[in-house]
Design a protein. Structure first.
Length: 150
């Protein structure tokens, strides 16, 4: 199910997705074809567990490829901030919650907290020292932004 929403990524994040797609479409797909061919040789396909497992894995692989192609088709590149004064996609943020616990998160569409998540939406555009209310599925919470790194 393709989305129409832009995928905001830094150049490095886009390159990670492209590398994963190349791996899946190349060596992983070839290995899957080989696994299916090998399993097919084990006999009756109606009772061949290896064959059905390999076909299932192939379906999961093709779904991931489709998802990556969709994401990459909608990429909107964002510049990685040179000075970390406001939170943007690619920012590393240190927060302190109401209990005094500190946590580090990265706003990222690839590895980290999605900019479209409740935490991501609450933090984007904020500055160090700001307090934010985060309306998360498990309940609202408040945090103070301690630092921002690009």
């Amino acid at each position: 199910m393709p989305s129409e929403k832009p995928e905001r990524l830094t150049q490095a994040e886009k390159e990670k997705l492209e590398a994963e797609l190349a791996e899946l479409e190349g060596p992983r797909r070839a290995a899957m074809v080989e696994a299916i061919a090998t399993a097919r040789g084990f006999g009756d396909l109606s009772e061949n567990f290896e064959y059905h497992a390999a076909k299932n894995e192939q379906g999961l692989l093709e779904r991931r490829i489709t998802m990556l192609r969709d994401r990459l088709s909608r990429v909107e590149l964002v510049e990685k901030a040179k000075a970390a004064d406001t939170i943007e996609v690619g920012s590393q943020v240190e927060l302190e919650d109401e209990k005094g616990e500190r946590l580090q998160i990265r706003i990222s569409g690839v590895e980290g907290v999605s900019p479209d998540s409740p935490v991501g939406r609450a933090l984007l555009g904020k500055k160090a020292g700001d307090e934010v209310d985060i309306d998360a599925p498990r309940g609202a919470w408040r945090a103070k932004i301690l630092s921002i790194d690009a």
